[in-house]
Design a binder for this molecule. Structure first.
Ligand SMILES: Cc1ncc(COP(=O)(O)O)c(C=O)c1O
Length: 367
């Protein structure tokens, strides 16, 4: 069997025999006789080994922004692999696509988010946010400011840090102990938390829960608030419109860093490059992944505000954090080309002006 000439029944047998798929019920997978084998993708369609064509409504896992089968992305990877497939950023070194991608993302982020730290997955980006927020306060001489506030039913990944920060009960029930210094407050989910309440009153109340918790633990102990602009994995939960401005105001009032987790919302999902731009707030840290490369290669990033970078530069010494594949040249080259496609084809604008309104209208009809 080769990658060009495979036997679906045999692949399913090997899948049960050797593969543990992600986020799965492994008993059920065995009973089902293995994973559905997905063999090909083109545009918005994926194909399985039994010949079914499936509309990939979720864009993989909310990541295949530009659709499947883009030759330009394959070409970008091919060219970069032949030029310099890999090098690291540990040795005071960086490859051209890495630096160019950092500059491009900074431009898209706008405002005072002029710097970017690279990782490989959304979970790793969240790890960076957590370490950076805590290190920032330590560097400023306030090491006791290390508590991170997140929301119940928020999702921030599956590593120990990401699962700890996330508010997923199903995850917290498995394993542990979890990372200390994390507080969870109510999610801004009107339907689930306060059905029938006035949306704006609830938006205010859900945001105020953050202030209340800051006061309970002591403002001098809180490093950052971390939250998804729209909760993705929790159920695509759109907060009331007054929620985000109020959260931002609370963070500013107590000098707490505001970190937005844009792993899903980033790169156009809300009709803006980033979700925080849609809600008109100014975060200090921005985690992103998925749509950055349309999932063609793993890469993630954290946008960092100037005042945080200033502190890192003032204090000096190594910030001992980073990954073998931070700023991977081939992933960065693919991400650059992907962003070029998003811009050239006006896909972010189309989401705001065409696809988004169309889906909203169709949903309203269905309702
Ligand atoms: C908001 C958010 N943060 C973090 C993650 C984790 O990303 P990854 O699965 O790439 O580690 C996800 C994944 O869906 C996510 O939606």
């Amino acid at each position: 069997m080769t990658l060009k000439n495979y036997d679906i029944a045999e692949l399913r047998r090997l899948d049960v025999a050797h593969h543990l798929p992600a986020q799965q019920d492994h008993k059920l997978m065995k009973e089902l006789g293995g994973s559905r084998i997905i063999t090909r993708g083109a545009g918005c369609t994926i194909y399985d080994g039994d010949g079914h064509a499936l509309l990939d409504g979720m864009a993989g896992l909310w990541c295949v922004q530009v659709g499947y089968g883009r030759e330009e992305l394959a070409q970008a990877a091919h060219d970069q692999m032949l030029e310099l497939a890999y090098y690291n950023t540990f040795f005071k070194t960086a490859a051209p696509p890495t630096v160019m991608l950092a500059a491009k993302i900074s431009q898209l982020l706008g405002g005072n988010l002029s710097h970017v730290f690279f990782n490989n997955s959304g979970s790793e980006a969240i790890d960076t946010v957590m370490r950076l927020a805590r290190y920032y306060w330590q560097a400023k001489g306030q090491p006791e400011r290390n508590i991170l506030i997140a929301r119940t039913n928020g999702y921030h990944g599956s590593t120990i840090a990401g699962a700890s920060l996330g508010g997923m009960k199903s995850m917290h029930k498995q394993g542990g102990p979890w990372v200390p210094g994390i507080e969870h407050v109510i999610q801004p989910y009107l339907f689930g938390e306060a059905f029938g309440e006035d949306p704006l009153a609830f938006g205010e109340r859900a945001a105020n829960a953050i202030e209340q918790r800051i006061l309970e633990v002591g403002p001098e102990k809180v490093a950052a608030v971390v939250a998804e602009p729209v909760q993705g994995a929790g159920g695509v939960i759109i907060p009331p419109e007054n929620y985000w401005p109020r959260v931002e105001a609370i963070c500013r009032k107590y000098g707490v860093l505001l970190a937005v987790d844009e792993v899903i919302c980033g790169f156009g999902r809300l009709g803006s490059w980033f979700g925080f731009q849609h809600y008109g707030v100014k975060p200090d840290l921005v985690s992103m992944a998925k749509g950055i490369s349309s999932g063609y290669l793993p890469i993630s990033a954290v946008g960092v505000a100037d005042h945080i970078v200033d502190v890192l530069r003032e204090v000096g010494g190594d910030f001992t954090h980073g990954y073998t594949y931070s700023g991977h040249p081939t992933s960065a080259a693919v991400a650059l080309k992907n962003i070029e496609i998003l811009e050239r084809e006006g896909l972010v604008e189309r989401t705001a002006k065409d696809t988004g309104p169309y889906l909203a209208a169709a949903l309203a009809k269905l309702a």
